[in-house]
Ligand binder design. Structure first.
Ligand code: ZN
Ligand code: ZN
Length: 240
């Protein structure tokens, strides 16, 4: 309820000429979104030669990185909009943990930029679910904001009920890749209606990609035909 009211208030402020909006990064006047155009241009946009499966930068000319050649993830392809780097890390932290709901609009705008160039249109767009306790603590699911905006832009079906967390998994941050995979084993529930569908998973940040891989595994176990993932930001280091 609180988040709905905050979102309504932000919407009102964004569209009301009496409130001057300030850029969340440089503080300059930014009339139409939370970040001014020049700060948006300076964001760490994802580019270069990347692994066609997990999007990590490639050291040598090859279609797949070493990790994906040895132990490929269960998703078919990961796309990232930005590198998880300055100044995005601070901005994401403020949005997720600082209750800066007014940043949702600009995050969605950045996430959907260039989405018209997206390849094959998925049958269903699904946000990475949060455990109920974490959702209550945070007030909203940031992945849902991004997934909804992307589904709207592509005119794709979208659902928040096809995937859920069965338990609150411990933080992944200090774990190795093998430990992350064990930590996530059987952590997600999937609606069998995904059978035969091409699903697109949406999350804000991918670090090792283990959560997306575990979700892709669970979706494919229920018969999903293909599972791709799209994230706002990709960390370019990886624990092995
Ligand atoms: Zn700015
Ligand atoms: Zn890879």
């Amino acid at each position: 309820m609180t988040s709905t009211l905050s979102n309504l208030l932000s919407l009102f402020i964004d569209n009301c000429p009496f409130f001057e909006q300030k850029c969340a990064l440089c503080g300059d006047a930014s009339p139409h979104s939370g970040i001014c155009n020049s700060c948006q241009d300076g964001l760490p946009w994802f580019s270069g030669e990347n692994c066609s499966r997990c999007a990590l930068p490639l050291a040598a000319a090859a279609p797949l990185c070493g990790q994906c050649q040895r132990l490929p993830p269960f998703f078919d392809r990961l796309d990232a909009v930005l590198r998880f780097d300055f100044p995005l890390a601070g901005l994401l932290h403020a949005w997720k943990y600082g209750r800066r709901y007014e940043l949702s609009g600009v995050m969605a705008q950045i996430f959907t930029r260039n989405s018209v160039n997206f390849g094959e249109k998925p049958d269903l767009v699904l946000p990475v679910p949060l455990a109920p306790a974490r959702l209550a603590e945070r007030g909203f699911n940031q992945s849902e904001v991004l997934a909804r905006a992307f589904a709207d832009t592509l005119a794709c079906p979208f659902s928040t009920t096809h995937l859920w967390r069965k338990r609150n998994t411990p933080s992944q941050a200090s774990l190795t890749l093998a430990e992350r995979r064990r930590n996530l084993h059987d952590a997600f529930g999937v609606n069998p209606a995904v059978k035969g569908l091409h699903v697109l998973l949406v999350d804000d940040v991918a670090t090792s990609g283990s959560t997306l891989s575990a979700l892709a595994f669970a979706l494919k176990k229920q018969g999903a035909k293909r599972v791709d993932a799209k994230v706002l930001a990709r960390a370019i280091f990886s624990k092995t």
